[in-house]
Every structure is written in C-alpha cells, then in structure tokens.
Design a protein around this ligand. Structure first.
Ligand SMILES: NC(=O)C1=CN([C@@H]2O[C@H](COP(=O)(O)OP(=O)(O)OC[C@H]3O[C@@H](n4cnc5c(N)ncnc54)[C@H](OP(=O)(O)O)[C@@H]3O)[C@@H](O)[C@H]2O)C=CC1
Ligand SMILES: O=C(O)CCC(=O)C(=O)O
Ligand SMILES: [Mg+2]
Length: 429
C-alpha cells in the first residue's frame, strides 16, 4: 500500500459502511506534526488526547498514532512537500489530524493544506466558534457568539487557477477574454495577473446539505448563506440561489427560507410573509436566510446572537473564521475539521497557521489543535474523551492558567508554556 512508509502493526482501520463509521477500539490515526509552531503544539496536544482516552476508557480504547509527513519535515526527509504515502494514509485510514503547514506568499509552492483538502475531496471545512467563560475578548458580549461555519472547501479561488502577470498564459487568457468574450473592463491588460473563481451547483449543494443536516441534528435554529452575490452574481449569487433551492427541494418540511418569505411578500404582502415566518418558527422549522458578506462582518460584531450555522464559500469562510475566532478570544482556541460526509474522510486541524515567529519557543496556545482533537473524538463517537478535554480546558481558563495570548489580556493570570498548558489540562481531566 505504501511506497516508503510502514503503517503501525498494532491497531485497526476505521471504515465506513452505508454512511456509518465503524470505529475500532484501537484505530490507526495518521497525523502531520506541522511546520513552525506545529511540533510544539502537536507534542502538547497528543499528550492531552492520550490522557483523556485513558481516563475515559481505562485501557479499553487506545489510538495507534501514525506519523505521516508533509511540509518542511517531508521536504527535508524525502525531497517532496506532500508525499503520495501521506495521501494514501489519509485515504486508507479515513480520519486524521494535522498541524499547520506553511504556504509561501506570492510565489513558491501552492498551499499543502488546500492540496490535502482537494486531493481527499474534504468539501466541508467546519469551524465551530463559541465562547469559553473567562477568555479575554475585544467585544462586550463574546458569549453571544455561538456559530458553526461550514466553509466550502474544494472550489472558489482556492482551486488555484491563477496566471501571473507577464506570462504567455495570462496574455493568452486576457486576449481570449477581450477578443472572444467581449470583456472590456480589464483596466490594465498589459500588467494584470488573472485568478479564476469556479463555483458549482454540485459543490454548493453538498456543502449546504452538510450544513443543514448539522443544523437539524444539533437542533440549531437557523442557517445563513453568506455571499457577495451582489457583485459576483454567477458565483457568489448563484451560491445563494442554489443554497435556497436545495433547502426547499430536499428539506421542505424542515425549513422556511427567506426566498419563500420574498415570494409570499410579493404575492400577499409583508404581513402575510411575517406571519408565515412566525408560523414556521413556532413549528420548529429552521430559518434559512442569507446576508451579503460585508454586512455579515459588521453584524457579527453588532448582532451576533442572530447568527447560528453559517454556510459560505471558501474565501469568505477563511476570512470569517479568523474574524469570529478573534471575537471569542483569538485564534489560539479555534478548532476545525475538513470533512467529506459521503466518504467519511476527515482531517482535523486548527484554524490558525504556523505562527512562525514563535516556532520552537514552546509558547503558543495548543488549544486550537486540542479542540480539533475534541471534534475528532466527537466524529468517532468518543464523546466521553471529548467532554473530559472540554471540561479540563474550561477549568484551566477558570484557574487563569493560560498561554501568553490569553495571559497578556487577563488580569491575575499565570502564563504557562505550551507544554505546561497541556500539563494543566491533563491534571484537570
Ligand atoms: N491550515 C493551515 O495549516 C494554515 C496555514 N497557514 C499558514 O501559516 C503561515 C503563517 O500565517 P499567518 O498569517 O502568520 O497566520 P498564523 O495564524 O500562523 O499567525 C498569526 C498570528 O495569530 C496568532 N496565533 C496563531 N497561532 C496561535 C496559537 N496557537 N496560539 C496563540 N496565538 C496564535 C499569533 O498572534 P500574535 O502575533 O498576536 O501573538 C500569530 O502571530 C502562512 O504560511 C500561512 O499560509 C495559515 C492558516 C492556516
Ligand atoms: O493553506 C494555507 O496556508 C492557509 C489556509 C487558511 O488560512 C485556512 O484554511 O484557514
Ligand atoms: Mg485561514
């Protein structure tokens, strides 16, 4: 199966049958340590995972970790940034976890993080954002933020269809656009680079389905489609339209959409539309609504309680993730998962990057990867281990035993290192 790696001899594979995961008591889970602060964070996080599993299951369950390479460590050891074996491991063992990987800006290799998502078709990037009591925040009511972002993870400008200024490719594309497509508004055709933004109906529908299934399972109240459809009509605007259509077509008895609201309003007036929405809410239906991305970014600050589950395109989701994370205390406790709900493939990872200036200092907050592990345990159905970790984290914050990012904003805090924060959590389990 592998060209160069040797899989652990102990442990079994997680499999999927009829859409349901079969998780053995000793699953093999591939992990990527990550670049920059990745090794510090991984070493801290894995100790918390092991201690939580041991405490929850007293030896009945155990993870067989399988290190796979990507990024700088892979390049230094194999000459490849993302060896085939690494992809094979994630394909074969279904569920994995990773630290952040560096992407150079303005040139060099394309994102390995994005490549992994695309290669494994992990179409939903799921990033829950909630407040933990006591965490320092720049806003007055961070506790009102309780959202789960479903970011489309396989399309949009992240598809990497981009041509650099001055190249033969860009010249060819620009002349095609101007001469054959009638594009008259490329302001500086001689010196433009061009990026292309594919957004499809299938891609939108599977993302919105995943978000709606989650909204239903978790008894959440609304799903908001966030888009910039006023400007990018056939990509972002189409995302909104396709989102409403799939919601109405496939979840008719469970949702009430603002598209329905508008139709009732046009036919019968505002009072009738308001009544229809009120009736739907009273019947426990999920309200599917939409908002333009710039307005959304101001409303998450002014009216966060109005937003619940969010479905959005790739770039919007990237921006929104960091903005919302900041609102509840920062990127140090912002977890995430990249999931294909059909094949069961999932790779869990923090929202933040490699934070290179802190690499090797044993300093940063491992909370995001630790909470990504919590999401992984929940995905596996190991809720007891997940709950133990969340309680331990809440206790550590309550005790004001925190890493630098929280300590610098908290009065009376004890600043601990990345590894010591893991120690504190393990003590609190
Ligand atoms: N999925 C992935 O693997 C991702 C990879 N990246 C990559 O990471 C590299 C660096 O990106 P950059 O834009 O600097 O963003 P980062 O998220 O790596 O860091 C930005 C800032 O966020 C804060 N921060 C990040 N991680 C933590 C943590 N664990 N604990 C506390 N604070 C933290 C720090 O803030 P402060 O300075 O205030 O202390 C840091 O300087 C790039 O190559 C980028 O492409 C980026 C995002 C995701
Ligand atoms: O791949 C990268 O380097 C950045 C990705 C990113 O910012 C994200 O997924 O949130
Ligand atoms: Mg990002």
């Amino acid at each position: 199966m592998f060209e160069k790696y040797t899989a652990p001899t102990a442990g079994e594979k997680i499999t999927i049958e009829n859409g349901k995961l079969n998780v053995p008591n000793n699953p093999i889970i591939p992990f990527i340590e990550g670049d920059g602060t990745g090794p510090d964070i991984w070493n801290a996080s894995v100790r918390v995972f092991e201690a939580a599993v041991e405490k929850a299951y007293k030896g009945d369950k155990k993870i067989e970790w399988f290190e796979v390479l990507a990024g700088e460590k892979a390049f230094n050891q194999t000459g490849e940034w993302l060896p085939n074996d690494t992809l094979t491991a994630f394909r074969e063992f279904l569920v994995g976890i990773k630290g952040p990987l560096t992407t150079p800006v303005g040139g060099g290799i394309r994102s390995l993080n994005v490549a992994l998502r695309q290669e494994l078709d992990l179409f939903a990037c799921v990033r829950p954002v909630r407040y933990f009591n006591g965490v320092p925040s720049p806003v007055k009511h961070p506790e009102l933020v309780d959202m789960v972002i479903f970011r489309e993870n396989s399309e949009d400008i992240y598809a990497g269809i981009e041509y650099a200024e001055g190249t033969d490719e860009v010249k060819k594309l620009i002349s095609f656009l101007r001469e054959e497509m009638g594009a008259k508004k490329i302001r500086f055709p001689e010196t433009s680079g061009i990026g292309i933004k594919p957004v499809s109906k299938e891609g939108t529908e599977r993302l919105v389905r995943a978000a709606l299934d989650y909204t239903i399972q978790q008894n959440r109240k609304s799903l908001t489609l966030v888009h910039k459809g006023n400007i990018m009509k056939f990509t972002e605007g189409a995302f909104k339209n396709w989102g409403y259509e799939v919601a109405e077509r496939e979840y008719a008895d469970k949702v009430f959409t603002w598209a329905q609201y508008d139709r009732i309003k046009d036919a019968e007036g505002t009072a009738a539309a308001n009544q229809a929405q009120a009736d739907a809410e009273a019947a426990g239906k999920i309200i599917v609504k939409d908002v333009i991305a710039d307005a959304f970014l101001q409303q998450i600050l002014t009216r966060p309680a109005e937003y619940d589950v969010i479905a959005t395109l790739n770039l919007n989701g990237d921006y929104i993730s960091d903005a919302l994370a900041a609102q509840v205390g920062g990127i140090g406790i912002a977890p995430g998962a990249n999931i294909n709900y059909v094949t069961g493939h999932a790779v869990f990872e923090a929202t933040h990057g490699t934070a290179p200036k802190y690499a090797g200092l044993d300093k940063v907050n491992p909370g995001s990867v630790i909470l990504s592990g919590v999401m992984m345990f929940e995905f596996l159905g190991w809720q007891e281990a997940a709950d133990l970790i969340v309680n331990a984290l809440e206790k550590a914050i309550d005790q004001k035993t925190v890493t630098y990012d929280f300590a610098r904003l908290m009065e009376g805090a004890t600043e601990v290192k990345c590894s010591e924060f893991a120690d504190a959590l393990i003590k609190n389990l």
